[in-house]
Design a protein around this ligand. Structure first.
Ligand code: TRP
Length: 457
């Protein structure tokens, strides 16, 4: 094993929080959360989301960061080390490998969507949304993703930026960029939300988002909320474990995780506050699904008077959110490579990133050349899913639940109470028993339920 790499440690709790919040706040908050809330009855979804986040995703997030800080290495080597030290079963090493490979696959397609956000900054700046109708906006999106050259180009730019940051190292690369990018993101988001307050659709949007109607709650709402909580907090893909490995022993993980979850949720709700008033002001559809961001919103940006500025800020916000998440998707594998090979981080970041770039073309082509290619259909599985859909489905519904469940069981059952208490340090106070109960019983049940509902039914 190589031990000659530069030390990897956050210089402050603030740096860790910005990196971790940067990982959590991503396309999931600004794109996925609003459209899921829109499809699942607004207020009801938000209420259930907060409840299930507290009971399922948050306890697992605490476990993941704790395991990372115990092992102090990349997820693969952290799990290898903990399995050896605690004489645990080797199957737990699946947590390390599964999460790292899962992160790499997500990176490949997340970067393609990150590229879309860059393209949409360009469109917004150039005033291309002016006069957009539902049909022309859908057409504009279709023409862009239908072009392998265009989509491939922006994917290349996006992953290039991600590689450049990770290549700089934990302090000079990741930390230095997140402490600037995250505050910028908050400012952009607050600006957009304040603008939304002045639009005529604001009242209707607030009723839509915050009116709690019990009749809107279905089992599907609960499952969507659990899955979104997992995705939004970035658990079970090794990102938080890796960031935890760089965290000082005296920082409270419980408190940090609560801050991460609270900020992540506030950002998601604020994104809804910024988006839905525009949607309602123009009589557009709040439940338009994935097209909400790239098809519905441009129609509004094309009609309002400051649309060029507002639209540019919106897609810039989305790009920043995506970039700080992509960094944390690349880091776990680069960290492992750095521990394994006598090669500089710079080169490793470029090599791993280049591999992710290549795999990303499978996603680029899923919207053009390969849009009718359903790779698993011959096996009778996922018959209508393109490669991109297969990647997304397998990670969200298989890798993340399995790794998340294993993390809960590893920290909740395989490690002794004393070990976990020692790992958490001085902070295990009132909430410790509550957390451990959630981790041992409630979180596993919640995860198994998404798994059964989404995969087996
Ligand atoms: N949390 C990210 C978002 O909201 C998506 C995501 C899921 C992620 N798991 C991750 C990002 C792991 C980085 C690392 O968009």
């Amino acid at each position: 094993m190589n031990t000659s790499y530069a030390p990897r440690q956050w210089s402050s709790r603030f740096a860790f929080l910005m990196a971790a919040i940067g990982s959590a706040v991503g396309l999931g908050n600004i794109w996925r959360f609003p459209y899921l809330a829109g499809e699942n009855g607004g207020g009801a979804f938000i209420a259930i989301y907060v409840l299930t986040l507290t009971c399922i995703a948050l306890p697992i997030l605490i476990a993941e960061i704790t395991v990372g800080r115990m092992g102090r290495q990349s997820p693969i080597n952290t799990m290898r080390r903990l399995v050896a030290e605690h004489r645990a079963l080797r199957v737990w090493m699946l947590i390390g490998w599964g999460s790292t490979i899962g992160a790499f696959i997500v990176l490949s397609y997340y970067s393609v969507i990150g590229g879309w956000t860059l393209k949409y900054i360009e469109l917004a700046v150039s005033g291309a949304f002016a006069g957009d109708t539902a049909a022309s906006s859908a057409e504009q999106f279709g023409v862009f993703v239908g072009s392998p050259l265009q989509a491939g180009f922006w994917h290349t730019v996006f992953i290039g930026a991600t590689i450049a940051i990770v290549a700089g190292g934990v302090s000079a690369g990741i930390e230095r960029s997140v402490v600037i990018l995250m505050p910028l993101l908050f400012v952009l988001l607050v600006g957009l939300a304040l603008y939304a307050v002045t639009t005529p659709g604001f009242g209707e949007a607030m009723r839509f988002m915050f009116a709690f109607k019990l009749e809107d709650v279905t089992p599907g709402t609960v499952l969507a909320a659990i899955g979104q909580g997992f995705f939004s907090l970035s658990v079970a893909l090794g990102a938080m474990m890796t960031y935890g490995a760089y965290l000082e022993q005296d920082v409270s993980i419980g408190r940090s995780a609560v801050i991460i979850a609270v900020v992540d949720t506030i950002v998601a709700i604020t994104a809804g506050i910024a988006i839905f008033p525009l949607v309602f002001s123009f009589g557009l559809e709040p439940s338009s699904g994935p097209g909400l961001t790239f098809i519905t919103l441009p129609i509004a940006f094309g009609s309002i008077s400051g649309g060029v500025v507002i639209g540019t800020i919106f897609f810039l916000l989305l790009a920043v959110a995506a970039l700080t998440s992509a960094i944390s998707l690349l880091e776990p594998l680069v960290a492992w490579a750095e521990e394994t090979y006598q090669i500089t981080r710079r080169r490793l970041a470029i090599m791993v990133g280049a591999a992710g770039w290549l795999v990303g073309f499978a996603t680029v082509f899923s919207f053009n050349y390969w849009s009718d290619f359903f790779p698993l259909a011959p096996l009778g599985l996922m018959v209508d899913k393109t490669i991109f859909d297969v990647f997304d489905f397998s990670v969200s519904n298989i890798v993340m639940p399995v790794v998340g469940l294993m993390l809960a069981l590893f920290a909740g059952w395989a490690l002794t109470r004393e070990t976990v208490v020692a790992a958490l340090g001085a902070e295990r106070a009132r909430w410790f028993s509550f957390w451990r109960f959630m981790l041992r019983y409630i979180a596993p049940l919640g995860v198994i339920s998404i798994f059964v509902a989404n995969v087996l039914m």
